[in-house]
Ligand binder design. Structure first.
Ligand code: P6P
Length: 334
């Protein structure tokens, strides 16, 4: 049985031996991991824990909130506000930023999260997850929403925790992608894979096909060619997977390759896409790029986009590099 390395030891080694992360960032990531463990416990209770179903409220996105959306948000806020490593937090579930109370020491990091992504899957027992991204607060007194509006290239840590058959934390601090599986007997995350790599080619795409009639031409062309299979221009058959939970779809792509597409469509033409840039697309893009994949909005590298608002949405194509580059070329051809 190989000696398993704990998340704590991995982070200490990243801090001490590779100089990748200062101690305050290590502490922040350990707190986020502990919060994910608590969320996992709540998710796993299901109907036994009175956590299922709607909270009878809407979030800032105008989406109906599930009880677990609110629970997960509260767990992350409560776990992170007192440690002294954060200046402020932002969440899909909150309209404005959450500034750490001055009764606690203020740190230099900004934490953004989607506390429970894919929550429409909660009541049907399908994988969901927490997505998080960490930025450094710009120099200066105090903290404001403007401090969060940095491109994804400024992230200092990013990851997600998928609550599925296993509870798995996937993390990057800029030194590749590491995977930690929750050992429930020990109550700790254990390193189970390091330096994850996304295959550059794939035969699997992930998109919500029910939106097909609403897509722009480059997306229609790309998917049509995949559907034509080996008799078509691609010369190979493709498979399709769509979980309806970005964390689950991206975890599959990080694990075995694939391409994830959530494009702009004609249903709400004023919106660039459905997914949020700061706490969904950016952290997932960094993980995908750190694993050798690519992530674009069709025209720009997602991590190069400077946000103009906290809950900015973006069109998303990410995964196996050669497929994403093909999607980009179709957008360039118009
Ligand atoms: P649709 C979940 O609500 C989410 O934000 C992502 O996790 C997921 O990929 C997408 O929306 C699913 O959207 O329109 O297929 O339900």
């Amino acid at each position: 049985m190989p000696k398993r390395i704990s998340l704590t030891r991995y982070l200490v080694e990243q801090q001490r031996m590779k100089g990748h992360i200062p101690s305050q960032l290590r502490l922040l990531l350990e707190v986020v991991a502990r919060a994910c463990k608590r969320i996992s416990q709540a998710v796993n209770k299901g109907a036994l824990g009175d956590v299922m179903g709607s909270a009878e409220s809407e979030n800032v996105q105008g989406e109906m909130q599930k009880k677990l959306d609110i629970i997960a948000n509260e767990v992350l806020i409560e776990a992170n506000e007192w440690g002294g490593h954060l200046a402020a937090m932002a969440s899909e579930e909150m309209e404005g930023i959450y500034v750490v109370s001055n009764r606690y020491p203020q740190g230099e990091y900004l934490l953004m999260f989607d506390p429970l992504d894919g929550s429409s899957n909660i009541d049907v027992n399908v994988s969901i997850g927490t997505i998080f991204s960490v930025l450094l607060k710009p120099e200066g007194v105090g903290v404001s929403e403007q401090d969060f509006l940095q491109p994804g290239t400024k992230q200092v840590a990013a990851g997600y925790c998928v609550y599925g058959p296993q509870t798995t934390l996937v993390l990057t601090v800029g030194d590749g992608v590491a995977v930690f599986t929750l050992d429930r007997e020990q109550g700790s995350f254990v390193l189970t894979e390091e330096n994850l790599r996304v295959p550059e080619d794939t035969k699997e795409f992930a998109i919500n096909m029910s939106n097909q009639r609403h897509w722009a031409e480059p997306v229609t062309r790309y998917i049509d060619e995949c559907l034509q299979g080996k008799d078509g221009s691609r010369g190979k058959d493709f498979n399709m997977r769509w979980v309806g939970s970005m964390v689950a779809d991206v975890h599959r792509i990080l694990t075995r390759g694939g391409v994830f597409l959530y494009p702009w469509d004609k249903r709400e033409p004023e919106k660039p896409g459905k997914l949020r840039l700061m706490y969904e697309a950016n952290p997932m893009s960094w993980l995908i790029e750190q694993a050798g994949g690519a992530a674009t909005d069709g025209n720009r590298r997602i991590m190069d986009i400077t946000p103009s608002k906290l809950h900015e949405r973006v069109s998303v194509f990410m995964g196996s590099k050669n497929e994403v580059e093909r999607v980009i070329s179709y957008h360039r051809q118009g």
